[in-house]
Ligand binder design. Structure first.
Ligand code: ADP
Length: 775
């Protein structure tokens, strides 16, 4: 690069920069500038143009303009009206002020002129940066559209690096400062680099601008479109005579939704549904579906919670007030409530009340709600086999409704009720999905705060609910469910307890329900006992209550019809009210008989006595079992037969009985399916009796599993079984030795009625059950 020194007139430019190779015109008005122009024209038409740092300054001093500027050739001058002159100039070389020679009547400066370097560099780096700059420039053009695309063609022909930078710079819109930066870069490579950075920044800004523009445009379009569509709907509805406005209704829904404290998600969803309604024709069927949905949402107890009573003493009073006896059960419940009081947020286990029907499981759950001052809802799971019953149907179904959980919550009217799942052991599962797993989610404190119903399509918080379940037996409860629960057993009542329950609870309750006063009726304890023994056969008191209700109904009728004041129901007149006795204790049943033994069984409805009949017949050793027996019971019978075969000599039985006799074992008594190994010793006793012709003592009942070698193994459900024996008036009960521990549970009154014998072997069983004299 060659540098020349020269003295030259100067014009400071406002808001304008000129690059070499640039051809541009501008207007000159200031006196000093006009003087400079004239001086230039007198000489070689060359002038030095540099930019003012501040556009506003009218009379700049040398400090106010940049040192670096462009030496230009004046191509044309045109006098405009007024004192203005329009000049056309072409940029030639860069120059830098070395000396200011004069400031009046025009600026004259000594500059160093950098003669344009026209060499074409073969350097790879230069080539690379040139290409990059051209690419960026192209991008700049396509992003901004501010430069005619013809320019690109002329630019692609430039192969001098410095010139390329200058030409491109003259086409882009830049700040004064940026332009000056490019101008001051004397080295072509540096100049290209600076330009490249600036171009990239510019492109980014342009893109952001574009984006914002589009967004604004879209918004405007959408608003316009919606407005247009709504107007169209209105017009159509008007045509159809349906212009009754749903708007007011929607507003009311939204207002209600806004007032309820529900999860934001649900709020948004239901508001959206309401808005959907606004756009609908009032006669369309879908409006009904949406209304139904919104009504459900509004009526659910999202934010309604009752305040718990934490007074344990008061809770105890309430439990006692509602139920007789059940001391252990109440104690367990109070403990449970106490723990809940201490650890308020503890996610306690779920109580499961297990026992035969009519022992008060449901009513004690109700009582717990009363003791806690909570609302109570009950949902029976008996026969629930469809998951949709629990989770509801999707709204796309015609007539869809929420599942029973959500419906029950609405019924409860608070988000923290006591929620009773009745008969959890009766839950079915089949192809329609597995209700047990849905239930598992409901009962799981980790998941149930976002229980999702298919109908609501929104989570409902069940975590504040106190769940209680009931079951007749634990056997058929799915294991994972059972693991979640703390079981409390209620086994059944003795006759004396039933009398108390009747006198203190059932009779006053039924009397009131039938509109009778205390002195309208008298029912003696003996009469109650007769109802219990002759009209019911149950572990609980459900039939007893039903029979008492029957008596009350008839008494009420008599009081109204016969105009009597008081009705006395005694043991003799009872049949006038309840008909003939249903379960007389048939004395013949308890005579000593050959081939008939009394066993004790446990069924889901409580303890039962079981008569086992055996008849041997001439035949080929076939064993026949009838009376709805399960597989375990059949196996148990075969084990018993094998045991007898190994003992024929001692027992005095024909050694060949298993070859020349058929044995038929029958277990009568209703259609109740019976299973389990606990009838083992009873079957053996009956078979031995039949084969030896020695009668079985009719006052004896027994239960126990038998092994091949004649050992007696323990069984379950002792309390229920003993209570059943007691109901039947059995005098002596044989129990396996290992069940001795269960005697704690047996009420003292029963212990006084029955003699218990604990046996280890089958020999002992036969000893105590076969009638001795004949042996
Ligand atoms: P479950 O749910 O066990 O089948 P329920 O709760 O339906 O039994 O009870 C049947 C009836 O017997 C109810 O009216 C109940 O109040 C009454 N009941 C049961 N046990 C008792 C008891 N210990 N004291 C008072 N009433 C009882």
């Amino acid at each position: 690069m060659k540098n020349n020194k020269r003295t030259i007139p100067l014009i400071p430019l406002r808001g304008l920069s000129i690059f070499p190779y640039m051809v541009i015109h501008f207007d000159v008005g200031r006196n000093k500038s006009v003087n400079a122009l004239e001086e230039a024209m007198v000489n070689d038409s060359m002038i030095f143009l540099t930019s003012q740092k501040e556009v506003r300054i009218d009379m700049p001093t040398p400090d106010d303009f940049y040192e670096v500027g462009t030496v230009c050739k004046i191509k044309q001058m045109l006098k405009l009206p007024g004192d203005t002159i329009r000049v056309l100039v072409e940029g030639i070389n860069r120059g830098k002020i070395r000396n200011v020679i004069q400031e009046e009547p025009y600026f004259e400066v000594e500059i160093e002129e950098y003669v344009y370097d026209k060499t074409i560099d073969d350097d790879k780096e230069i080539k690379a940066i040139m290409r990059m700059v051209v690419d960026s420039f192209e991008e700049y053009i396509s992003a901004g559209n501010k430069v005619s695309s013809d320019v690109l063609i002329s630019i692609s022909e430039i192969n001098e690096p410095g010139r390329l930078a200058d030409v491109i710079s003259s086409y882009i819109q830049l700040d004064q400062e940026d332009k000056q930066k490019i101008l001051e870069a004397f080295n072509p490579y540096e100049r290209l680099e600076i330009l490249h950075v600036i171009l990239k920044e510019e492109i980014e800004v342009l893109e952001i601008e574009e984006e914002i523009n589009n967004r604004v445009k879209n918004q405007i379009n959408k608003v316009q479109k919606e407005y247009y569509l709504k107007e169209q709907i209105k017009a159509i509805q008007k045509e159809l005579g349906e212009d009754k406005d749903l708007g007011a209704e929607v507003d009311k829904y939204i207002e209600k939704i806004e007032k309820i404290d529900m999860p934001e998600e649900v709020k948004e969803k239901s508001k959206k549904e309401a808005e959907r309604l606004r756009r609908m024709s009032p006669s369309s069927a879908e409006t009904g579906i949406i209304r139904n949905y919104l009504e459900w949402i509004i009526e659910l107890p999202w934010d309604i919670e009752t305040k718990d009573r934490h007074d344990i003493k008061k809770s105890r009073d309430i439990l006692d007030e509602d139920h007789y006896g059940l001391k252990d059960v109440k104690e367990r419940i109070l403990e449970y409530l106490a723990i809940r009081k201490l650890a308020k947020n503890m996610k306690g286990p779920i109580l499961c009340l297990v026992g035969p029907p009519g022992v008060g499981k449901t009513s004690i759950a109700k009582s717990i709600a009363r003791a806690l001052n909570r609302k109570f809802v009950r949902m029976s799971l008996g026969g629930v086999r469809d998951e949709a019953e629990i989770r509801g149907h999707r709204r796309t179904y015609v007539g869809a409704i929420p599942g029973r959980i959500v419906s029950s919550m609405k019924k409860a009217g608070s988000k923290n009720p006591v929620f009773l799942f009745d008969e959890i052991d009766k839950l079915n599962s089949d192809f329609r999905g597995d209700p047990a797993s849905a239930l598992l989610e409901v009962l799981d404190p980790e998941q149930n705060n976002t229980f999702t119903d298919h109908f609501l399509e929104a989570p409902f918080d069940l975590s504040k609910v106190m769940f209680i379940t009931t079951a007749n037996s634990l056997n058929s409860i799915p294991r994972p469910l059972l693991d979640r629960m703390e079981t409390i057993r209620i086994s059944g009542y003795t006759e004396a307890e039933k009398v108390e329950i009747a006198r203190r609870y059932l009779i006053p309750k039924q009397r009131k329900e039938h509109g009778l006063k205390e002195n309208n009726i008298s029912l003696s304890d003996n009469t109650i006992r007769k109802i219990i023994n002759d009209y019911t056969r149950e572990a609980g008191v459900r039939d007893l209550e039903r029979n008492i209700a029957n008596v009350m109904r008839k008494v009420a009728k008599r009081i109204v019809e016969d105009k009597v004041e008081k009705v006395r129901v005694n043991t003799r007149t009872l049949s006038n009210y309840l008909g003939i006795a249903k379960f007389t204790r048939s004395e013949t049943d308890r005579e000593n008989q050959v081939g008939l033994a009394t066993g004790l069984a446990w069924t889901v409805v409580g303890g039962e006595t079981l008569s086992i009949e055996v008849t041997p017949m001439p035949g080929k050793g076939k064993l026949q079992l009838t009376g709805k027996l399960g597989d375990v019971m059949k196996e148990s019978a075969m084990t018993g037969i094998s045991y007898i075969r190994s003992k024929t000599e001692e027992l005095g039985i024909d050694e060949e009985f298993h070859i020349n006799r058929d044995i038929h074992i029958h277990v009568p008594e209703g259609a109740i399916p019976k299973d389990g190994p606990s009838a083992g010793i009873t079957m053996v006793t009956a078979v031995v009796s039949a084969l030896t012709n020695i009668p079985v003592n009719g006052d004896v009942a027994m239960t126990g599993e038998i092994t091949l070698r004649g050992r007696v193994l323990p069984i379950g459900g002792v309390k229920e079984k003993v209570l059943a024996a007691n109901r039947l008036g059995i005098k002596k009960v044989l129990l396996p030795w290992d069940n001795k521990k269960d005697m704690d549970e047996i009420p003292d009154k029963v212990k006084r009625n029955i003699k218990f014998v604990f046996v280890k072997t089958m020999d002992e069983v036969l000893d105590h059950s076969l009638v001795k004299e004949k042996k």
